[in-house]
Design a protein around this ligand. Structure first.
Ligand SMILES: C[S@@+](CC[C@H](N)C(=O)[O-])C[C@H]1O[C@@H](n2cnc3c(N)ncnc32)[C@H](O)[C@@H]1O
Length: 285
């Protein structure tokens, strides 16, 4: 289906800047933005929605191509004026809308007053190259968008380079996942591929792969994490499958004392990342 925000991906002359007041939910562009709530539409269009003025302004500053900036009618803030000007310079659309339309777009009461529609960036794993003392995270079939968003945010917090999505995962560009990243989606590289593509890529990766497993033989605090590293985390229900376990150089466990069977995936990733990034964060031993 051809949508109004479909534009050629190759550089094209910037269209005439526009700024429209939209009051109707039946406006075709508003309908198209709402349709980005569906994964299929997001993937076809290669776009996603991010909410919040600061977050949208930071993304534009960081060089993310913005297609559409939507803001509440009457909103006047210097940061918004700058974001509007930057959107126009990039050839994007600016829509001024009612509070009701913002509620529908964000599917929330009390929505943010600014929404940005951005082009997705997702690298194919087959072409991913990693240089230097990089720290990456591999997530096997992550299902929960809140977990994924939280992990992207934590990866950003420790200065990790990126996250590899392995197999059939939740969409990192879904609104729930993007919200949970709190803007970190714009700061962390994302790559995706099947388990077979990951195993292929692993052969080219010169660093160590550290897997986490409830049956891990090594305490996670006893491993030397210097050098390029990939932290491999298992699926929420099933953990890491054997084929991915075999790809690990170390298989570690986070000791637990109470009666919980396991840690939540995002929590376990956070515990691991703060240990693995100790040097980067200058934490005392
Ligand atoms: C909710 S757990 C999966 C539990 C699953 N039932 C299993 O048997 O592995 C999700 C992922 O978090 C990590 N994880 C959670 N708790 C852990 C722990 N105590 N030690 C090491 N990894 C852990 C592992 O990567 C695991 O695959």
């Amino acid at each position: 289906m051809k949508r109004r925000f479909d534009k050629p991906q190759a550089p094209a002359p910037a269209p005439a800047p526009s700024h429209r007041l939209v009051t109707s939910l039946t406006n075709p562009l508003i309908k198209d933005i709402r349709a980005l709530g569906m994964r299929k539409v997001r993937e076809e269009a290669g776009l996603f929605v991010a909410e919040g003025l600061k977050l949208v302004a930071d993304a534009i500053d960081g060089g993310w191509p913005i297609r559409i900036l939507v803001h509440r009618s009457g909103e006047q803030r210097p940061m918004l004026s700058e974001a509007i000007a930057a959107t126009r310079r990039a050839g994007g659309e600016v829509l001024e809308v009612t509070g009701e339309i913002l509620e529908k777009l964000s599917r929330r009461d009390n929505p943010q007053t600014v929404i940005g529609v951005f082009r997705q960036r997702l690298e194919p794993l087959s072409r991913l190259t990693i240089q230097g003392e990089a720290l990456w995270i591999g997530l096997d079939r992550v299902r929960d968008p809140g977990n994924l968003g939280t992990i992207i945010r934590t990866a950003d917090a420790v200065g990790a380079e990126g996250v590899i999505l392995i197999g059939d995962t939740t969409d990192p560009f879904g609104i729930e996942a993007v919200r949970a990243t709190m803007g970190s989606i714009f700061n962390v590289r994302l790559a995706a591929g099947s388990a077979a593509e990951f195993l292929d890529w692993r052969k080219r990766f010169s660093g160590r792969v550290v897997g986490t497993h409830l049956a891990g033989a090594t305490d996670y605090r006893k491993v030397d994490y210097r050098g390029p590293r990939l932290l491999l985390m298992g699926n929420e229900q099933q953990g890491l499958p054997d084929e991915l376990v075999r790809a690990c150089d170390d298989l570690v466990k986070i000791p637990m004392r109470g009666r919980a069977d396991s840690l939540n995936l995002a929590v376990a990733t956070g515990v691991m990342l703060f240990e693995m990034a100790r040097d980067r964060l200058d934490l005392p031993d």
